[in-house]
Ligand binder design. Sequence first.
Ligand SMILES: *Cc1c(COP(=O)(O)O)cnc(C)c1O
Length: 391
Amino acid sequence: MTSMHSVKTTTSAPAWTIPFNRPSFLGREQDYILESIAGGQISGDGPFSRKCHEYLENTLSVPKALLTTSCTHALEMAALLLDLQPGDEVIVPSFTFVSTVNAFVLRGAKPVFIDICPDTLNLDHAQLESLITPATRAVVPVHYAGVGCEMDAIMPVCREHDIHVVEDNAHGMFARYRGQYLGTFGTFATQSFHETKNFSCGEGGALLINDPTHVERAEIIREKGTNRSRFFRGQVDKYTWVDVGSSYLPSDLLAAVLYAQFETRDEILRRRRRVWQYYQDNLIDWANKNSIKLPFVPDWCEQPFHMYYLLMPDLQTRQRFITHMKARGILSVYHYLPLHISTMGLEFGGREGQCPVTEQVSDQLVRLPMYNTLTEAEQEQVVSAVLQFRV
Ligand SMILES: *Cc1c(COP(=O)(O)O)cnc(C)c1O
């Protein structure tokens, strides 16, 4: 038998001076966890879940908000609620996290990949109409970095063709497009409260329901296909299996953490704005001189300062940049390998050159450390490392 001592421990994590992300607890998270434990109901839909639901419903003026175990699961719920069938098509950006697509593929739907705009990196609304077929059932706008997609162009096209909009708003909690909160446009919207997002309880999400006709079925699907939610409200005297479903509600312990995060919303957004603006002010000259693109935020988009990214000239420069930062103890990361040319994407007929902007941006993009407790001293260190980089 192999003894534990013979296992080489070469995988210990490097001690980054400045990590890419760091969770922060600026409010009453710990108090509320203790309160939840003392209260004795730590399963789903307890007092803190109800507070989170009310907070989201009141703040965003949405008919219904339901906490879920993740944004991935909220997307799966949306796909179930739309009764997607094999053969149905869903238009999704190729430049996104896998869950945006996977949730619909799980129902047998076929993803139809749309390219992104080179400025906002949001789905290219001008291409939308050309991708619609009689089988199209839904479009999934991902509000990249929490900067709103061009909803004034997307909504009328979807209405005209009787297509549902499911907003993947994982990045955009409390952001707005032309004054209207993201997440309030589509039939459904999904939020993420993963550790890397602006508001977090480690793992978590929410489904926002803007069309009230879906509320009752959403509660059933979320509660294992039972009408248990109606039972708890005293609307039926026993609960039973009435539809398909799964278990999509998070523990109230997580809702306790999340509610404290919502309470510190202004503080969180204020801190993120400062971090974002510091990068912007200090990197703009360097970027212009070196043909590096910085985030673009249209005047009509109120962003939540979710991320700060650079678009390098090409893949080699981007990789060299990451190595350069790493050598200075700073973790910078890239994301979204184009889904249309991933192993799964190819099976759905994806081909190289289909989404050229996605393919290019995927090579060029790099994200700088961005978190609520990033200090100005740390940020100076990041900026000075960036400015030392020779393109
Ligand atoms: C983070 C993220 C998700 C998944 O969120 P989870 O809560 O981890 O399931 C989905 N879509 C986008 C765009 C994301 O960034």
